[in-house]
Design a protein around this ligand. Structure first.
Ligand SMILES: Nc1ncnc2c1ncn2[C@@H]1O[C@H](COP(=O)(O)OP(=O)(O)O)[C@@H](O)[C@H]1O
Ligand SMILES: N[C@@H](CCC(=O)OP(=O)(O)O)C(=O)O
Length: 369
């Protein structure tokens, strides 16, 4: 059966750790593997990092740029070279590819989000392998994915993929960073979101020299993907052929089982496409109503409001520790909410001087995280 497969490869797998030069044999094997998947009728998207790493190698820079402007300039040098390498390899294999550079802004506006999906569907329908990266050269700080793990999960969710592969320089997820904790325990299967929380995985710092985000961003990417019903696998980029074996049922790497009842596409856009403009801190009663009873959020259960936002913007719903439990689209702006938080819905018209919505966030616009 035709599957939609998103494969993300990190800088650490695309380059050799000692020299920073391209890991040509891994990249060539990856290209061959993806072409084989295409030949079997699967729809394939590659999310490739490497613009900054390849740009640095081209310019003779020996460490990752620290300033944003330098990073953006270096990415502009590297992205073209990276695509040239992919185009050469895929052309030999007679596989058309496309470059898709995205910024977070492309997913915030619903019409642009849907348009991005249409473009992917059209490319996949044409048998093309889209090669996606963040548009680092123009992305501004507030509108960034920040790392390609998150980007790949959002793309997988957008196109409703069946599989997401996160290829990296370790063979799987461990209970802690195996580089600094030698007796860290390997994890083969994570069966639910709750199990992922219970495992309390230690992720240490930044990851490898050229990587962004390390294991932490892979775990949050897995959360986004499994909520969308996508089976997610963390495995080693040095052995791309394992992707085929995994699809055939071998338990290589770390598997994250998809949520049995995936969150709807619109709610996924609210939860992960939009950028939250503020936070609402809820009392225990409101948390129970929202989480356990699946109810709408009323003003009475809001203890405090943080940030400035308009009505219909996304906000984070947090417990008293500040831990996020849900996201949703608000029916009131932050100024109004400051006035009505903690108050009964029937008091709203007299406080604001006009009739407002009964709910602060309707349950159709509310997503548990
Ligand atoms: N719990 C963990 N399990 C496995 N690897 C971990 C863990 N915590 C941190 N890491 C580190 O994450 C690194 C991979 O992240 P990163 O360098 O960002 O890779 P990529 O370039 O593939 O995105 C590994 O080299 C490993 O040292
Ligand atoms: N967009 C950046 C990569 C960002 C990123 O997440 O890198 P990595 O952790 O190596 O997957 C680039 O092309 O260099």
């Amino acid at each position: 059966m035709t599957k939609t497969i998103v494969v993300k490869i990190g800088t650490s797998s695309l380059t050799q750790p000692e020299t920073g030069q391209l890991a040509l044999s891994s990249i060539a094997t990856l290209a061959e593997t993806l072409c084989d998947l295409r030949r079997k009728g699967h729809r394939v998207i590659l999310v490739s990092s490497g613009a900054v790493g390849v740009g640095c190698a081209r310019l003779g820079l020996t460490e990752r740029p620290k300033t944003i402007a330098l990073k953006q300039a270096v990415a502009a040098v590297g992205q073209g070279r990276l695509m040239r390498i992919y185009d050469d390899l895929f052309s030999i294999l007679q596989q058309p590819i496309a470059q898709v550079l995205l910024t977070r802004a492309d997913l915030v506006q619903r019409s642009r989000y849907l348009n991005a999906n249409n473009t992917f569907q059209e490319l996949l329908g044409l048998g093309v392998i889209p090669i996606v990266n963040e548009n680092d050269t123009v992305a501004v700080e507030e509108l960034k994915f920040g790392d390609n793990d998150t980007l790949s999960a959002l793309v997988a969710s957008l196109v409703e993929a069946d599989w997401l592969f996160l290829l990296t320089d370790v063979d799987r997820l461990y209970s802690a960073d195996p580089r600094s904790v030698p007796d860290a325990k390997p994890i083969s299967l994570v069966s639910s979101m709750q199990e992922l929380t219970d495992l309390q995985i230690q992720t240490g710092g930044q990851g490898s020299q050229w990587g962004t985000g390390g294991m932490m961003t892979k775990i949050s990417a897995a959360r986004i993907a499994i909520a969308a019903g996508i089976r997610t696998v963390i495995t080693q980029g040095q052995f791309p052929r394992n992707i085929e074996k995994i699809i055939q049922g071998e338990l290589i790497g770390t598997h994250f089982a998809p949520q049995p009842e995936p969150t709807s596409a619109r709610k996924r856009w609210i939860a992960y496409g939009l950028i939250p403009g503020g936070k609402l801190y809820l009392d225990k009663g409101a948390i129970a109503a929202v989480v356990k009873a699946g109810k709408s959020l009323l003003a009475a259960g809001i203890k405090a409001v943080e940030g400035e936002f308009d009505n219909q913007e996304a906000v984070q719903l947090c417990d008293s520790n500040g831990d996020e439990i849900a996201r949703g689209l608000v029916n009131y702006n932050s100024e109004e909410l400051q006035k009505i938080c903690g108050r009964h819905s029937r008091e709203i018209p007299s406080i604001l001087g006009y009739e407002g919505a009964d709910t602060v966030i309707h349950r159709d616009n509310l997503v548990l995280i």
